[in-house]
Design a binder for this molecule. Structure first.
Ligand code: ADP
Ligand code: MG
Ligand code: ZN
Length: 488
């Protein structure tokens, strides 16, 4: 039993790999470090040879600006690169180029939705830096050594630092997921966690409920997945709570997360900014973002999910679950947008229904990805339109859609080819209903005797006689009319 209750304060530092083609300060290609052969994309700049000069990758700056704007940050006019000095074999220069005192962007926020409602998590800063190389520690046949791969050295990173505004694992989950989906949406990063495109450090402290002052924090590094981050935070919360309960002090320290052991492990006892001897990078000029550049980047940004969310809800009346499913993946939302543009007269809700229910069901059943289904928004809305204008009925529509997806043919071609046009012709339906009643006298008698449900069965018979093509509404009404007549 807890003697006291504590409030947790959590701040995240998120390292995001920017989706550029080349590295931050040289023209080496950014390669997939999980597959490329080691040290195949390196040059004298990213290897830290003496006498070379770094050059700022303009595209990396633009991606960082997009991210910063989407996080509601102020992009500052002049930011400065600094050297963060330390010695480690993953860093041949002996320092990492990073922004320190003057980051590219400051003062933003991300809105998150939690069980306690909407909250805003402040973003303190976002700054550019370069990634380090990758070390692989080998021990084999009694020998142990480390291998260095510098393919990743110099890859552009954006570090996004939050205020300690999160108070639970749920907050952390919403924040980090929102952040990831925003960055993917913008094309700023692949967001591919398995390839290390997003890495987290969590800072956590606890204080007695009601206490104003933040507690002493620990920093947990090396968190490469949402799951690892959540586990590490829960694990440290328990430890800190226990310590505080016993009246002990939490020691400020840097920890690592060991996936195998499922616990945090000590890394360094203290790491101070002073230890890095930061100083302005003498080989790079200040990074100046003129207002015209900032405006151009702003203008190139796609509509953000938050804006679409409001429109989907307020203008189209979609429900929350459908909205989130549409917004989960930008290509899906963009497809929906293209549908709306192609068929302004159709109800957005109808389009969303066909998209999220029938089209997705087909993709699931056939193990196909949305990205390679090969169906254009125009062809898709044509299908919705022919169902809406009763050319074919709903069920036939589902079959036609499946055929469209499987063959790439248009709805009209399939309807024509298979003679699927719905029969709404009154005379024909009158005849079909009359014939059905004649052929099923026993059932008609039992209906007249009061067994109302037989009407459904009779409806089925008429539809079958019409090979499913009859307009169900017209059949229903005609059947009702003829049965009522028999009652008289
Ligand atoms: P450093 O640069 O040494 O990592 P910062 O002061 O820049 O330290 O903070 C880094 C992160 O730690 C930020 O995300 C911040 O929100 C978080 N943080 C700072 N103080 C606390 C605290 N007492 N409890 C929890 N998180 C904290
Ligand atoms: Mg830190
Ligand atoms: Zn290089």
């Amino acid at each position: 039993m807890d003697k006291n209750s504590y409030k947790a304060d959590i701040g995240l530092e998120v390292h995001v790999e920017l989706a550029t083609r080349s590295k931050m300060f040289c023209s080496c290609a950014v390669v997939d470090t999980t597959t490329a052969s080691p040290n195949s994309s390196v040059c004298e700049v990213c290897c830290g040879m003496p006498g070379v000069l770094p050059v700022i990758n303009r595209n990396a700056v633009e991606l960082a600006m997009k991210a910063a704007l989407s996080l509601n940050c102020t992009v500052v006019e002049t930011s400065i690169f600094a050297r963060k000095n330390y010695f480690y074999p993953d860093l041949p220069k002996g320092y990492q180029i990073s922004q320190y005192e003057y980051p590219l962007a400051v003062n933003g926020f991300i809105l998150i939705n939690t069980s306690e409602g909407e909250k805003s998590i402040h973003v303190r800063r976002a700054h550019l830096e370069e990634d380090t190389g990758k070390l692989t520690h080998v021990s084999k046949d009694g020998e142990s050594y480390s291998l260095v791969d510098l393919n990743r050295a110099g890859v552009p990173l954006l570090e996004i630092v939050s205020e300690p505004d999160m108070h639970s694992v749920e907050d952390v989950r919403s924040y980090s997921r929102n952040l990831r989906s925003l960055l993917c949406w913008l094309g700023v990063s692949s967001g591919d966690m398995e390839k290390g495109a997003m890495r987290f450090e969590a800072n956590l402290s606890m204080r007695p409920e009601g206490c104003e002052e933040l507690g002493t924090r620990v920093e947990i590094k090396n968190l490469n997945s949402f799951k690892a981050m959540e586990q590490a935070i829960l694990y440290q919360m328990d430890i800190q709570r226990e310590k505080l309960d016993k009246g002990e002090k939490v020691k400020q320290q840097t920890l690592g997360w060991s996936e195998n052991q499922g616990k945090t492990v000590a890394q360094r006892s203290k790491e101070d900014a002073n230890d890095y001897r930061y100083f302005p990078e003498p080989d790079l000029p200040p990074l100046v973002v003129e207002s015209s550049w900032l405006e151009a980047v702003k203008a190139s940004m796609p509509e953000l999910p938050d804006a679409r969310r409001v429109r989907y809800r307020d203008s189209y009346g979609l429900n929350g679950e459908d909205i989130e499913r549409l917004l989960e993946d930008k290509p899906v939302s963009d497809f929906f947008e293209a549908c709306l543009a192609a068929a302004p007269k159709l109800a957005p809700k109808r389009i969303a229904n066909w998209l999220l229910t029938d089209l997705f069901a087909w993709l699931n059943q056939n193990g196909k990805a949305f990205s390679d289904m090969g169906l254009s928004p125009e062809a898709f809305v044509r299908l919705v339109a022919v169902v809406d204008n009763s050319t074919i009925n709903q069920n036939t529509g589902k079959e036609v859609l499946a055929e469209m997806l499987a063959t790439g043919k248009t709805a009209d071609a399939i309807i024509e080819e298979k003679g699927l046009k719905q029969v709404s012709d009154g005379n024909l339906i009158i005849t079909l209903v009359a014939k059905s009643l004649e052929n099923n006298l026993v059932e008609v008698q039992s209906y007249l005797a009061g067994k109302e449900t037989v009407a459904n069965w009779l409806f089925g018979q008429v539809m079958r006689a019409a090979q499913g093509k009859a307009n169900p509404q017209v059949v229903k009404e005609e059947l009702k009319r003829q049965l009522e007549n028999l009652k008289k």
